[in-house]
Design a protein around this ligand. Structure first.
Ligand code: NAD
Length: 444
């Protein structure tokens, strides 16, 4: 499944038409290949706050070249500003001072990260100024172009040592289709990061459950978690058992063919993980369905099945795994929500309710979980899969272009985001919902 418009814009005729008619011209996004360095170039770091001093050391651990000395003659792959030192609105000019002279010196698919303090942790003028960072980063995300991404990371007091896994993700091509996001580190639960012995295999020794693993986004999640060192236990409906088995054998994983809405599914999953694997470290609730109809025409079974698969099953499975203590310490639960759950969508009252509910599950558990277990969600935008191939051509074209990158994302973009959450290095990343949507205009 490819983006035919993007193929057309890179042909000689396409290039001419794009130029003369001012059509959208999506940049071919760089994506991570196993074994490649995380960043192909140098990152300029700056700012004066709680994090500035340690930044170069953090990037060093990841093998990322960095400098504090900007040279307008050079090209750079990324910019990181520690804005935690900004205490009132007059000091926001530090944003202009740092970024404006450097934006013309960026290579293609550049990465920009602004680090701040969660506004809810400070008060008065500092709270105002820290909140202002959000408007700045979201706007720069829409301006930067050429496949660039811009994120704001709020680092709680005390979580200064827990930024490595997040910077590895946000500065690398792993975050190709994630932009304009606000991420919180250490704002819920633990403020410390777990040990990562080898940053090329961050999930080594981890057991990962992935529902809906036999195709689409779930298949890519299984592949990426396996690439990062995890043993994957795939779940899918019995009708897809052959596909599931073939994939899991290829990945050296394990499988369980069952319908996650079955009454005994949570118990069977918990029992299987406890007996065969001694527990689970990563739980990815990816299985999902759509049954679109406007509410006036919505049959009861369409409503019920969507809520059951997308929301009630993840709730019940999570609860059972927690109650039976099957999730190991420092484990990670990840929900797959959707932009529809944030912005709403015609014909998707059932789906959007279920996906907003997944965000509710994150909110309800983030402060309740103990033993270093985290819960986060991804909210994909337009991802090119069998699900979206079924969307009529015109709607699909509009859906794909209505974002800062003027293109749809790939299943691997969702998978990479989940792998970041799943890393033991992300144990202070809790209670987040990150959109994987190329900074879609809808619900922005
Ligand atoms: N494709 C997109 O653009 C997009 C956008 C936003 C969110 N999402 C979400 O991403 C997830 C994956 O979507 P996809 O596009 O890969 O869809 P898909 O239809 O290709 O794959 C979904 C998988 O879930 C499995 N599944 C469905 N019901 C199940 C059940 N009762 N028990 C066990 N397995 C079940 C299916 O068999 C299938 O393998 C879903 O939660 C979806 O809502 C997708």
């Amino acid at each position: 499944m490819s983006d035919r418009y993007q193929g057309f814009t890179s042909s000689p005729v396409g290039k001419l038409l794009v130029k003369n008619l001012g059509l959208p011209d999506p940049t071919r996004l760089e994506r991570y290949t196993a074994g490649a360095p995380l960043v192909d170039g140098t990152v300029v770091v700056g700012g004066a706050g709680r994090l500035a001093e340690s930044l170069s050391g953090v990037l060093d651990v990841l093998g990322i070249a960095s400098t504090t000395q900007f040279d307008a003659e050079q090209q750079y792959k990324g910019l990181v500003l520690d804005a935690t030192g900004i205490k009132d609105s007059t000091q926001l000019h530090a944003l202009r001072d740092f970024f404006s002279p450097k934006l013309r010196s960026l290579a293609t698919c550049p990465r920009v990260v602004v680090l701040g303090t969660p506004p809810e942790q400070v008060s008065g003028a500092e709270r105002v100024a820290q909140r202002a960072l959000e408007g700045f980063t979201r706007s720069l995300g829409k301006e930067i172009g050429r496949g660039g991404t811009v994120q704001l990371v709020y680092v709680a007091e005390g979580a200064e040592g827990a930024t490595t896994s997040t910077l590895a993700f946000l500065l690398s091509p792993k975050s190709a289709y994630v932009s304009g996001q606000v991420i919180r580190i250490g704002a819920h639960g633990t403020t410390t990061a777990g040990e990562v012995a080898d940053w090329t295999l961050p999930l080594a020794g981890r057991i990962a459950l992935v529902t809906g693993a036999s195709r689409g986004i779930g298949e890519q999640i299984a592949r990426v978690l396996h690439r990062d060192g995890a043993t994957v236990v795939g779940v899918d409906v019995p009708q897809l058992a052959d596909d599931l088995q073939t994939l899991m054998k290829e990945l050296g994983g394990d499988w369980l063919a069952l319908d996650i809405t079955a009454k005994d599914a949570p118990q069977r999953i918990a029992h299987h993980l406890a007996e065969k694997h001694g527990g689970v470290d990563v739980v990815v609730h990816n299985a999902g369905i759509t049954r679109d109809k406007k509410l006036a025409n919505m049959a009861e079974d369409k409503w019920d099945s969507v809520i059951a698969v997308n929301l009630t099953a993840p709730e019940r499975i999570t609860r059972e795994l927690l109650d039976q203590k099957v999730i190991n310490d420092n484990g990670s639960v990840v929900g797959v929500a959707s932009i529809a759950g944030i912005a709403g969508n015609v014909g998707q009252t059932n789906y959007a309710a279920s996906k907003a509910g997944v965000i509710g599950l994150v909110d309800s558990l983030a402060d309740e979980l103990t033993d270093g277990i985290t819960i986060n969600a991804v909210a994909p935008g337009f991802i090119i899969t069998q699900m979206t191939a079924a969307v009529p051509f015109a709607t699909r074209e509009v859906g794909q272009r209505l974002n800062a990158m003027a293109q749809g994302g790939l299943p691997v973009d969702v998978a990479e985001t989940i792998a970041w959450y799943a890393s033991p290095g992300s144990s202070a990343v809790n209670g987040n919902v990150v959109r994987v949507c190329g900074q879609m205009m809808l619900g922005a």
